[in-house]
Write a protein that binds this ligand. Structure first.
Ligand code: PMP
Length: 355
């Protein structure tokens, strides 16, 4: 830390993204990326944007807003495209949280909510998941706080039924409920359909997972037009050209190639069921996942030790050291070939250990 670092950040512990080591080639199953390339149409639309890069991107991403609105059955003024869904979450903390509206989220969830709250000095409360790592909707009723829910939750992969999401939104009419649907395309129930009925619901989506565009940085927030205007006001004050022209064009291409996305989702879902079956056959315990990853532990085997043993053998998964989940590893659902190697490698690690 230099002597110039602002004191207000002195106690910050930054979000730690999944590692991206360059020392060797890994089977990389640690950041929930797609095993498939972006849609060919997304790629060709992106290429078409290249000759116009001397111009700034459209600050409103108007063409993309219109395209998203018609795709999801919403109005353009109910949508704000963002530079990856992390930007929407960041803006939501800036826009809807303060001393009077602290943030509220589960103790086991996407780590970014806590980090974003800390960076803006927003007080936050964490509610423990139940012993099966599930969200109890009743814990969130009439909270008086700005609620962040990942659905399906990360890193557990467990989905909350839409009726439970609605119960939480309906019981907090005085505060905003942000539903982070990064993984919803893999089998969750989206809350987008509730937007016309609840002015306090903000849904956040990403193109990083089911649409294979993590490197393009694209997501969107959807909600009542009033919420979107508030977010846009803060966005214009922080990053008005937030979505670049190449990404905007790629996003439109991806939306127009829904068959490609659906085919990949089907394959990933089948691969997830294969991985779940095989892991359970090896003795792992894991909740049913509705995401493109599974969250698994092997009773009697230290989670970090397993993570390191896999890494040594060229397979990267994600291990979290927080006490409640330190026995687990989160494994992204990759290609069938990658998963076959994972299972084979786990089998040999377990065998070596039991000698
Ligand atoms: N929400 C959740 C629950 C996530 O796991 C991630 C991926 N790290 C994000 C949001 C952010 O995704 P992106 O910024 O790539 O859209």
């Amino acid at each position: 830390m230099s002597r110039f670092f602002s004191e207000k950040y002195a106690s910050l512990s930054p979000y730690v993204p999944g590692e991206q080591p360059q020392d060797r080639k890994y089977i990389k199953l640690n950041t929930n990326e797609s095993p498939f390339p972006p849609s060919p149409l997304a790629q060709s639309e992106a290429a078409k944007a290249l000759p116009r890069l001397e111009l700034y991107s459209d600050t409103m991403s108007a063409a993309l807003r219109r395209e998203l609105a018609s795709f999801y059955g919403l109005k353009p003024e109910e949508i704000m495209p963002v530079n990856g869904s992390d930007e929407a979450l960041d803006l939501a903390v800036m826009t809807f949280c303060d001393e009077k509206h602290p943030a509220l989220f589960p103790d086991v969830t996407y780590g970014f909510y806590k980090v974003a709250s800390s960076v803006y000095g927003v007080p936050y409360e964490e509610i423990p998941l139940d012993p099966e790592l599930r969200i109890r909707p009743e814990d969130y009723s009439s909270s008086g706080k700005t609620i962040f829910l990942a659905n399906p939750n990360a890193p557990t992969g467990i989905a909350l039924p839409l009726k439970d999401v609605e119960t939480i939104v309906a019981s907090n009419p005085e505060t905003v409920v942000i539903v982070d649907e990064a993984y919803v395309d893999f089998g969750g129930e989206s809350a987008l359909c509730l937007i016309p009925r609840y002015e306090n619901l903000l849904v956040v989506r990403t193109f990083s997972k089911s649409r294979s565009m993590a490197g393009a940085r694209l997501g969107f927030a959807a909600g009542n037009a009033g919420l979107i205007r508030d977010l846009d006001a803060v966005r214009f004050s922080t990053n008005p050209y937030n979505v670049n022209s190449i990404t905007m064009a790629a996003g439109i291409g991806a939306l127009r190639d829904e068959a490609y996305t659906q085919k990949n989702i089907r394959t990933i879902t089948e691969n997830r069921e294969f991985l779940t079956r095989e892991l359970r056959a090896l003795g792992f315990e894991l909740p049913d996942s509705r995401a493109n990853f599974v969250f698994a532990r092997l009773p009697g085997f230290d989670g970090e030790k397993l993570y390191l043993a896999l890494k040594e053998r060229g397979i990267l998964v994600r291990h979290f050291s927080s006490p409640r989940i330190r026995d687990y590893n989160r494994i992204t659902v990759g290609s069938r070939e990658e998963l076959a190697v994972v299972i084979q490698t786990l089998r040999s690690i377990i065998k070596e250990e039991s000698k």
